[in-house]
Structures are given as structure tokens and as C-alpha cells.
Write a protein that binds this ligand. Sequence first.
Ligand SMILES: [Cu+2]
Length: 302
Amino acid sequence: MNCFRLRTAALVAACLSTSLWAQTVEVKNAWARATVQGQKASGAFMTLTSKDGAKLVSASSPVAGVTEVHEMKMEGDVMKMRAMPALDLPAGKAVELKPGGYHVMLMDLKLPLQKDTTIPLTLVFKDAKGVESKSEIKVPVSQMAPAGTAMAHGGHDAHAAHGAAMAAPKGSDAEQITAIMKKQFDRPDAPLTVEPVTVQGNYAVAGWTQGGKGGRALLQKDKGAWFISVCAGDGLKDAKVLQTTGMSADASAAMAKAVVAAESKLSKDKLKLFASFEGMVKIGAEGHGAHGQHQAPAAHKH
Ligand SMILES: [Cu+2]
């Protein structure tokens, strides 16, 4: 192989990408989701705007063995993920890559993605004439979308954000609860399914499955906003156990009955998954350690 030729080709490509082509696709609000111990995949998210129309055809990063452009879609009531050959970027239109939608999937991670670090990411675009260009970006790693994007505040702002966010919860209680749970626990490599959601006044029990795991979550409504208060298994369909969470005897009995009724059509396998969650985990203000993510009240949409 002729080294000189290679070098020249690389230089030409570099010049083209910085001087001409890179500017035609604007990358904004990029972030990648921090991983927990042993997690081998994660997602990177951003907003892409192509001035003249282009396609995102591939991505790569030295931290990942495999990097793909993915989309998530509801098929019936199951969230599915698939690799896309190319993501269309219509001229002048901001295309959002976000949890639950399009994303850059980082698989076979060589190292954990640590909060407050950055990872290099190369995006390859193809314009209308088929000319490829590269954009090399540094992507900040965090546990959730940075403030200023569509997602939530965290840390010290949690209470302020809670107050500010309450004005606009959208959709039915079940939809709000599903959205809150997905925002907290959904991962590109492990989509979360939430059903059924049983609402009784200011309390709700939601069944969830994710990969080969499952359980039930108890949610409470405070000042108009739902938050997750307890994660457990079969305890959340038992009136006596429900009472230990602070619910009244009447409310506990009504909830237990309603949950059993709502789950009566579910398969035995699904009920087994719900029952597989061991013990009860109170979700405190410090967040849900097991998932390495923030607590629900900090995660409302704006
Ligand atoms: Cu994916």
C-alpha cells in the first residue's frame, strides 16, 4: 500500500469536510447516556439540521465496537428498535435524535461511559449528489438530556423544575405514567414495556417488563404530577403490603382489587415477570440506584 497516496487522500477528505461539507449539517445538543457497571450498549442523541438536505449514513466512535443509526417505533404496544441504512435529513428541517426515537446506538462498549466526560463521535453524511462528508464531534456524557433540550433538569434544580413543570402534564394519567417510566428506565438496548396502568385516585400501579425482567411500580400524584414511589413485585397487588406504603386501608383494598382485574387478561409468563421483582424499593430523593438514573419528579417534560 502506498503511504503517500493514503495520506493525500486523507488530507483531501479532511479539507473537504472542514471547509465545505461539514457546515451543511449542524449538530446541536449532542449527549450520550452514561452507562452503569456491566452495561455494554448506550445511545447518543442530538439535533441535526442539514441546510441543503442530506442523509446520516453512518457513525463511529473509538469507544464502541459497533455503532449504528437506529430508530425506535411502536409496533402494536411494543417498542421495537431497528438499524437504519440511512437517516433522512430534509433541507432546513431539524431532525431530533432522542431517547425513544432515532438514536446513534453505541454497542460493544470498550469502556463504561462516565458522567461528565466526553466521547469522540464521527458522523458520516451524504449529500443529494452522493458526496460523503464527515463531522467529528465531542459528545458530553450524562445521565439525561442536558437542560435546554426537551428533557428535564436535574440535581439542585430538581425542585424548581418540578414546580415549573407541573403546569403542563399532557395526556391521560396512564400516558403520563408510561412516559415517566420510559424516561427513567427505557434504554436503547433494552426497551421498556409499561402495561397495564391501574389508576385509583392519586395512586397508580404500573406493570413493567424490560428484557427478561419485570415488576410493578407504585406511583403517586403530588400537586398534579405523577412520580414513582415504590418498585416491587407481587406486593403491589396485595392490600396489606400496599398499606405499608402509607395508603389507607380502603384505598389499598380498592387498588389490590383493581390491579388483579387489570392483569386478569395477561399471560402467565408476563405475570411471572411482574412477580420476579424481589423485595420493595422505596424511590428516595436520591434517585433509583439500580438503574443509575434520576428520580421521577426531576424528569418532567417542559
Ligand atoms: Cu438502538
